[in-house]
Design a protein around this ligand. Sequence first.
Ligand code: SAH
Length: 347
Amino acid sequence: MTPLAALLADRIRAGGPLTLADYMAECLLHPLHGYYATRDPFGTGGDFTTAPEISQMFGELLGLALAQYWLDLGAPAPFVLAEPGPGRGTLMADVLRATRAVPGFHAAAQIWLVEASPVLRDRQRQALAGHAVHWADRVEDLPDGPLFLLANEFFDALPIRQFTRGPTGWDETVVGLSPAGALQLGRVPVADPGLTAAPGTVVEICPAALPIAAHLGTRIAAQGGLALILDYGGWGSRGDTFQALHHHTFADPLAAPGEADLTAHVDFRALAAAARPAAHAFTTQGTLLNALGLQTRAERLAARLSGPALQAHLAAARRLTHPDEMGTLFKALALYPPGAPTPPGLA
Ligand code: SAH
């Protein structure tokens, strides 16, 4: 048993089973034993790899899209350039490098990161050395002003609750204890959670995501800006997507609490609905990156490479965009002011 498993078992003995949201929150962010609170999980030696870690092109293209939209909105100054869940800080570093040549963009940008993990805040500080960077604990704590925000694989880390529609009512998936005292999944009947679905359907909701989307929508509608949210998931999709990744392999989410990454697919329809009155546009990651010019950028970088470096670069371009890889599973949601032009790559 991991130390966190022992703590959670005590908690369940004292107070009954935990919702998946309580379980996820403890596993990811417990101050002593939480997954993100204690490590840098990225890269080949870690548990998973994300788009910004696969290729610099991801951050470059998204950064230029933000900067183009900033120009489209009349280059408001100052503005807040923000990223929740920045991991190693790679995405923001690529954004800042790519936008150096955009006149006035850096001078007007106030850089804000929203990060819960002290370990990752240190990594971000190193990655962004030379820039004035501020940290906030919550998206809602970002300062006022026009907001240009990128979020990659942030929303999938927010805790979910999972319900199953039975013949007569709803059950919630919970983490309880087996007779031998091991963590085990179970289902308990709950009051109607206000969802509609046919019997047998599994529905996941992400209570923490909705106030964040609502905050983004309200402030972008009122003060201007753009939020680009990339993640795996779908549009109103259903089903059990609660998963654990350990050393790049799917694992039992209860096997080693605090030592595996736990995620669930993002329901972009729920985010877009919560973000009203902001306007939204939705597409796949592959479509967006190709529309922003990924293939052209890839060819330009390829001209300087040869041998294994060239092969790795071509594989990375394919991985980000191809439907068999991240291109279709990953989606992109843009939130922008109602009545404003559609953001780059999303028309
Ligand atoms: N965007 C990065 C990292 C994704 S992993 C990339 O694409 O590589 C998720 C990130 O969100 C980590 O930095 C994690 O520490 C952070 N995080 C998770 N839950 C959070 C929360 N509730 N508040 C703030 N940051 C959180």
